[in-house]
Design a binder for this molecule. Structure first.
Ligand code: ATP
Ligand code: FE2
Length: 323
């Protein structure tokens, strides 16, 4: 079977075509804000302007005819409502005009499934760290359960927010990483872990208060050391609690080398192993939506074209029938 998947929950409009064995094509057209963070109206306009051509390019690159596609999958949520609507409308149009089934996919679960597919790990504790999302998940009794998550903002948005304060444009995470490499003095910032949950907004406010007092590279270094230690602690506790020995790192912030190192060290100390897909499958991408939709469909999940978008779609509300 061949599935075409459309991703567009936030900044990246991306379309992938996959079959059961491989990614046949995978085309992205990211929205880049001129200033500030992501503006939902502008992002959705960007998606609307480009979605037809990105779909067209993905089909051509896969070297197939539109009539050879067997299934349409789309990211149903979580994400920005206006962006999700553009994606859902395009997916429905394709499904109706080609007269093929449609499946709505939970974006967080798609990150997990593409990670399992591309790294070969089987039953990991997942650390999903992106702009809007920061969660520690694991599979138990037919669901991806959320064992810990942010109580306020995602770690990526936290890094982007601090970056904007020091005049670095979006996305700020990679720029903070570069600055942090030059820092070496640890400034005390709030380390907030409550039970299995964590919080970043107090940490960022406290870091912002240091801007005119301490070198930017030391503040960046301290943000990373503190925030990533919080994430590593909760991931380690989830591993112990669930008796698992695989960790899957995914989401845009997973590109960060320091976070990867910290998790690797923790994994080594516990005889566990860290898995991380290639960068193209870490950040938001259409192939992960196509792949997950295909798994869902083959497990017997069927949707109709009047399927709704879900801006606050939680992964633990989805019954996982394909594992
Ligand atoms: P989601 O819809 O899942 O929240 P997203 O729209 O935030 O996804 P992603 O590509 O998963 O998209 O993540 C983007 C985030 O990753 C941005 O906040 C960006 O600053 C951050 N990021 C990217 N590379 C790095 C890096 N090397 N270090 C730290 N953060 C990074
Ligand atoms: Fe994502």
């Amino acid at each position: 079977m061949k599935a075409l998947g459309i991703e567009g929950t936030a900044w990246n409009l991306s379309v992938g075509v996959v079959n059961e064995n491989k990614v046949l094509s995978h085309i992205s057209k990211p929205y880049q804000p001129n200033s500030g963070g992501i503006h939902p109206r502008e992002a959705s306009q960007h998606h609307a302007d480009n979605i037809a051509s990105v779909i067209d390019k993905a089909i051509k690159k896969a070297e197939i005819k539109p009539t050879e596609i067997d299934l349409i999958s789309f990211s149903q949520g979580p994400g920005m409502g206006q962006c999700l609507r553009v994606v859902a409308t395009a997916a429905r149009t394709l499904s109706l005009s080609l007269d093929i089934p449609i499946v709505g996919v939970n974006h967080c679960i798609a990150h997990i499934e593409v990670g399992r597919w591309k790294t070969g790990c089987e039953d990991p504790v997942v650390l999903y760290v992106s702009g809007a999302n920061s969660q520690v998940l694991g599979y138990r009794s037919n669901r991806y359960r959320v064992f810990g998550e942010t109580l306020d903002i995602g770690i990526g948005n936290a890094l982007d927010k601090f970056a904007r304060k020091i005049d670095l444009n979006h996305p700020g995470g990679p720029k903070i990483e570069k600055l942090a490499e030059k820092g070496n003095k640890l400034i005390e910032l709030p380390y907030i872990v409550k039970g299995m949950d964590f919080s970043f907004s107090g940490l960022i406010t406290s870091a912002e208060n240091q801007i005119n007092k301490k070198p930017k590279q030391d503040i960046s270094y301290s943000i990373q050391e503190t925030a990533f230690a919080m994430l590593t602690e909760v991931t380690e506790r989830a591993l112990a609690h669930l008796s698992k020995n695989e960790i899957l790192l995914c989401g845009g912030v997973a590109n960060n080398k320091r976070l990867t190192n910290m998790l690797e060290t923790m994994a080594e100390n516990r005889d566990a192993r860290l898995y991380k897909p290639k960068p193209e499958f870490l950040s938001d991408n259409g192939a992960m939506i196509a792949h997950t939709g295909l798994k869902m469909y083959k497990s017997g999940i069927k949707h109709t074209t009047n399927i709704n978008i879900k801006p606050n779609y939680r992964p633990d509300t989805v019954e996982v029938r394909w594992r």
